[in-house]
Ligand binder design. Structure first.
Ligand SMILES: [Cu+2]
Length: 126
């Protein structure tokens, strides 16, 4: 009787442990969000000298948090017209764009052979 009880307890513990593992691993990535009322624009820089998206869209007057995430390598993200230069030390910048247009996002750190063509665009929609 005692053995049977022990076995039951052990089985339940095992099921519980497996359940925990299934539900907890792998851990879901923490969803990054900007503060209330702000739109997070995450610019991903890849190891193959590209940005995650060919274009990033925002709207005029929208409060935007620009954030650079280096997936591989060390890159920067600059937008000349707005004096933006995201790089190590300042990976995010809060902006409200007031001029509609298409602005070039360029890599601002010499990162390797594909550096000069590492570009994307910020589209500010009216
Ligand atoms: Cu670069």
């Amino acid at each position: 009787m005692k053995k049977w009880a022990m076995f039951s307890l052990f089985s339940i513990a095992c099921v519980f442990a497996v359940g925990l593992m299934l539900f907890n691993m792998p851990k879901p990535p923490v969803e990054e969000t900007a503060p209330e009322g702000m739109t997070l624009v995450k610019i991903v820089a890849n190891g193959d000298f590209t940005f995650g998206e060919a274009e990033y869209k925002v709207k005029v007057g929208e409060k935007v948090r620009l954030k650079l995430v280096n997936k591989a390598g060390i890159h920067g993200a600059g937008i000349k017209e707005f004096n933006i230069d995201l790089k190590d030390g300042q990976m995010e910048k809060d902006m409200t764009f007031d001029k509609p247009g298409k602005y070039e996002i360029f890599c601002s750190i010499m990162c390797g052979p594909g550096h000069n063509t590492m570009k994307s665009y910020l589209i500010v929609e009216a």
